[in-house]
Write a protein that binds this ligand. Sequence first.
Ligand code: OVM
Length: 429
Amino acid sequence: MTTNTATHCPYTSTPEAAASRGLNPLNTPVLDVDPFDESVLANPHEMHEKLREADGDIVYLPAYDIYAVARYDAVCDTLENWQHFSSSAGVGLANFKTEEPWRTPSLLLEADAPHHDAPRAALEKILGARKLRRFQTEWSNTAEQLIDTLLLEPNNKNSDGSVTLDAVNEISEVYPLSVFPDAVGLQQGGLDNLLPYGNFAFNAFGPRNRLVTDELESIGSVMEWVGEQCPREALKDSGFGADIWQAADQRNITEDQAPLIVRSLLTAGVDTTVYGISAVLYHLAANPDQYERLREEPRLIRRVFEEALRLESPVQTFFRTTTQPVQVGDTAVPENQKVLMFLGSANRDPRRWTNPDTFDLDRDPSGHVAFGRGVHQCVGQHVARLEASCVLEAMVERVAKIEFAAPPKRKINNTLLGWQTLPLRLTPA
Ligand code: OVM
């Protein structure tokens, strides 16, 4: 049985060949799609549907010799089963067992138990919801000042009193950069390295296409700067960075681990929140009725962010690597195979969500996998939520209407889905 363009895995062309590779010859759909093609990266949803509707819970993609899961249940099962779907061979296309990683692997992202446990436990404490309350007032004030300033900026002003701006440049990138580096305890200089570093790191999970190779020349000095921010001496006395070093003093992690855990904050903590804030602003501009409702019911702010994360899934994909032959539905996946998980597809799977492509404040978006799930689920999710809710609170109080001033442009990244420009017209309240 086949669906769409699905045929069958070439490796399973004869039962003997299939058996020798541990594959069930009858039941692995093969799809001729390229998830990293630039036009697909810009608009992945049609491909997602093809992947979900293929005749199996897991499919084979000959373009990269990888397996892929795109249905909600299959993505969740893969994320939860860290015993069979390992992170320590890298969570990108590259298999660290046979390919040199572009940097020392992350102790959090690219590690399995037991090595993962101590760094994860330490960072979970440091970034826990309760620990973040100390930033609430300051981060709210920063957001309020930012929106106030933008609404008053003469260069943004239209004759009718509204303002036109690029929300990516002026909100999504500005806000995280004005609160997060300070919360980590970074010094002032060189913060302009953070976005290029994150952008490269997320590109580096994909194949060595133009998005990666075009940056190879410039990334060396960026990596050097990032490395220099991680030692204890480089960091301020208070902040997430100092907290990580304190965990080393308490022997919860080793002194060798501390700088790499700081590096994780710098890798995963900026671009992700930039994309998250852009996502929610985009969907509010696209759904003016929902923005109006949000202004009447600001208690929906937390939900609106989750619903935007579900629909946009700023982090679209991660890989795992099989530790042993594993049966997924009707397919026997061999050992040491890369499995690509489509988080963005799971978050729009009609098996799980009613009207999955609709931005709807009446739905319960919890259970989305935009932050992943299982032992690696985003450890910084409370930081992301706090940043976004501060921005949205400031917006709903000050802005009556959000509209597109021009069509937004996609930013292309091998892993991230988001916006390069988001031209908005804001009408002050
Ligand atoms: C890391 C990390 C964690 C999550 C995402 C990520 C670049 C990196 O620990 O370095 O993306």
